[in-house]
Design a protein. Structure first.
Length: 220
């Protein structure tokens, strides 16, 4: 009976040692797994750090203020329309003078010529010789005209003519496009035969206020 009891105690000790050894092996086996898990967790958390780094890099490379960055499809968006757009500028520009809004190079507001007149007739009334004239200025010619017209303004007035005045004339009074001298009476005869011709002359007044020089301006 004693032998059997000792065998049982020995067997029990053997089982206890076996169980203890198994537990140690189990703990040893679990330890690498835990390390691997920690390593995996660390590896998993590393992309987050990479993302922060990428964000920092992107932030550092951000475009300066006022620059336009490219859109995802590679196209650069159009800048916002300026207040002074070409249309606004065009709308604010003054219209060109002349017909059709084009500048014809002519001054449409020429002042009255101080020394040019259109001569129509003459009169000896009042005991002195006077020319019946109208003042005016040169207008703007048209493409189908021979030249700019002399546009008269106001009413007919009188200018005394010195009977010894020096007078030069061109076509149609004489057959020439260059000024030719003519006598005062010859000039008066032509005016009487061709009243209201409106030929343009440049004149000069003498000390007595009468025309002492009269030069016709040739107009085609």
């Amino acid at each position: 009976m004693m032998i059997t009891h000792r065998r049982r105690q020995t067997a029990f000790r053997t089982l206890a040692l076996t169980a203890w050894a198994a537990g140690v092996l189990a703990l040893t086996a679990c330890s690498p797994t835990s390390s691997d898990a920690e390593g995996t967790a660390a590896a998993t958390s590393s992309p987050a750090k990479g993302e922060n780094s990428a964000e920092a890099t992107a932030s550092a490379k951000a475009l300066p203020a006022g620059k336009v960055s490219a859109s995802p499809d590679g196209k650069v968006p159009s800048p916002p329309a300026s207040a002074t757009s070409p249309k606004a500028s065009a709308a604010g520009s003054p219209a060109a003078a002349g017909t059709g809004g084009e500048d014809d190079g002519c001054d449409h507001k020429m002042p009255i010529s101080p020394d040019e007149i259109a001569v129509y007739r003459y009169t000896p009334e009042g005991g002195s010789l006077s020319l019946i004239i109208r003042h005016g200025n040169w207008g703007c010619g048209t493409p189908d005209s021979d030249g700019a017209p002399f546009e008269t303004v106001g009413k007919e007035t009188y200018l005394p003519l010195d009977q010894a005045a020096y007078i030069t004339v061109t076509d149609p009074i004489v057959a020439s496009t260059e000024n030719q001298p003519i006598g005062v009476q010859e000039f008066l005869d032509w005016l009487e035969a061709h009243p209201d011709s409106g030929l343009v002359f440049q004149y000069h007044l003498g000390a007595d206020g009468a025309i002492d020089n009269l030069e016709q301006i040739f107009t085609p």
